[in-house]
Design a protein. Structure first.
Length: 195
């Protein structure tokens, strides 16, 4: 009996991890690709390496797990729930992602092949600014993807009731569509940079 409970918890944990990691990457990859190639003036190859490494680290290296579990813990610590005012949730998620990127970004860029100190500093500063601006939307997408995959119902006041009430098939279709849109958008950003 105890083994069944443990297996159920492990399975649920893996489901959360995969959905959370996918939400983070689908939301952030196109924007970071645009920042890296447009503002930090990284080559498409360095940016693509950074996005691929970020994806690997998010899924397999623990950063996705650390981000999502850290966010959940921080929300609990600051008593932030779905019913908390959206601006407070947005502020929390922005501050949290900015701090998270301060630690992760320099390591990511060095691992991606960046050696120019200026490029790394600009990329890291951009990632921090990105976190401060994009933390709210990323937190929202995390909550939305959990709802779309039926892991946890999203009861945020700004989450459309029409979306919340859709059946599982429609929600999974939207989940897949959002992932495809993120991939296509990123691909277009890299095509534009190479022209």
């Amino acid at each position: 009996m105890a083994n069944v409970r443990v297996l159920t918890r492990v399975k649920r944990g893996i489901q959360y991890h995969l959905v959370d990691a996918t939400a983070m990457l689908a939301e952030s990859t196109p924007v970071l690709a645009a920042f890296e190639t447009g503002i930090a003036d990284m080559s498409v190859q360095v940016s693509l390496n950074a996005r691929l490494i970020a994806g690997m680290l998010t899924y397999f290296g623990g950063t996705g797990y650390l981000y999502a579990k850290g966010r959940d813990l921080s929300r609990k610590l600051f008593k932030i729930q779905d019913g908390t005012k959206e601006r407070i949730q947005h502020f929390h998620d922005s501050a949290y992602l900015g701090a998270f990127n301060l630690v992760i970004a320099p390591l990511l860029y060095v691992a991606s092949g960046a050696r120019d100190r200026r490029e790394i500093v600009i990329g890291t500063a951009t990632a921090i600014a990105f976190g401060l601006v994009n933390g709210g939307p990323m937190g929202y997408v995390l909550d939305m993807f959990r709802d779309l995959t039926s892991l946890k119902q999203c009861n945020r006041s700004s989450y459309p009731g029409l979306l919340r009430r859709q059946n599982r098939t429609v929600k999974m279709g939207l989940f897949v569509l959002l992932i495809v849109l993120a991939v296509v958008t990123t691909w277009c950003i890299y095509l534009l940079k190479n022209q």
